[in-house]
Design a protein around this ligand. Structure first.
Ligand SMILES: *[C@@H]1O[C@H](CO)[C@@H](O)[C@H](O)[C@H]1NC(C)=O
Ligand SMILES: *[C@@H]1O[C@H](CO)[C@@H](O)[C@H](O)[C@H]1NC(C)=O
Length: 250
């Protein structure tokens, strides 16, 4: 576990660098920085297994453990009307549950503390990537599956036979600009053999937990950085024009 922390710090520094490059004095910059310093507050141990039966990780996750130092990357979809990045910014940490698809669940089970994920607003008039989160707790049985009051109640789930899991996600940042699904699709059209085109997001558009390669993560980050730089330029031009107008009007 200890070996993973420097990797996380480097990743967090990349974010600071990214925000700095975006040309904005983002209030979240200090938060991102403090996150990189306080990894130790992540639970080092899982809660007692007697409380909740630990699910067995699927073969894919076991194989991923071979490279224990590597941070894994994901994309997590949420309908903003149900739970948005603004909600997570307020809550800071939230249980990511209600996943009722085996493939998505298996991706949840492969997650490790310190892994990173894009927060994606789905089923909205403007779907796209709006921010990032860090995985703060690995998969455990999703309590909503046993709760008859929950909309995610699953009559076939029992505490002994855990069918569905949840992880804990921690807010990292809201990006200065949103990267829309349309912009991602444009990137695919421009480069059908490229890094973005290979994203599982396009192959399985209904999957709510999407694994990403590091190359895909970096490419998306670069697209967001480029877009926020553009937005920053436009903004300062507008600012200059407004100022000029005020002067002209004098
Ligand atoms: C940037 O943020 C810092 C810390 O919040 C603040 O002290 C400073 O005045 C801000 N700078 C600008 C140009 O807004
Ligand atoms: C980002 O901008 C740089 C410089 O304009 C450009 O070379 C690069 O291809 C862009 N990358 C992406 C992913 O948009």
């Amino acid at each position: 576990m200890r070996h993973r922390f420097p990797t996380i710090t480097i990743a967090a520094l990349t974010i600071i660098e990214f925000l700095a490059l975006s040309g904005r004095n983002h209030s979240l910059l200090s938060r991102a920085f403090s996150l990189s310093k306080t990894n130790s507050r992540f639970p080092s141990k899982m809660p007692p297994t007697s409380l909740t039966k630990r699910c067995t990780a699927p073969a894919a996750a076991a194989a991923a453990d071979d490279d224990d130092d590597a941070v894994q990357y994901f994309l997590l979809k949420s309908e903003p009307s149900e739970y948005s990045i603004e909600d997570l910014a307020r809550d800071v940490r939230e249980e990511w549950g209600g996943i009722r698809n085996y493939q998505a669940r298996n991706h949840l089970r492969s997650m490790r503390v310190g892994d990173r994920a894009f927060f994606y607003h789905s089923q909205s008039s403007r779907p796209g990537i709006v921010g990032s989160v860090m995985i703060a707790r690995t998969a455990m049985p999703d309590s909503s599956a046993y709760d008859p009051q929950s909309e995610y109640y699953d009559a076939k789930s029992t505490k002994e036979n855990c069918r569905w899991d949840s992880v804990l996600v921690e807010y990292e940042m809201t990006f200065p600009v949103m990267l829309t699904l349309k912009e991602l699709k444009d990137a695919v059209s421009n480069d059908p053999g490229g890094v973005i085109a290979s994203m599982a997001l396009f192959k399985q558009s209904r999957l709510s937990v999407v694994p990403l390669t590091r190359a895909q993560w970096v490419e998306v980050m670069t697209m967001i950085r480029n877009k926020s730089q553009e937005a920053g330029k436009t903004e300062s031009e507008e600012g200059r024009n407004r100022k000029k107008k005020r002067i002209d009007n004098k």
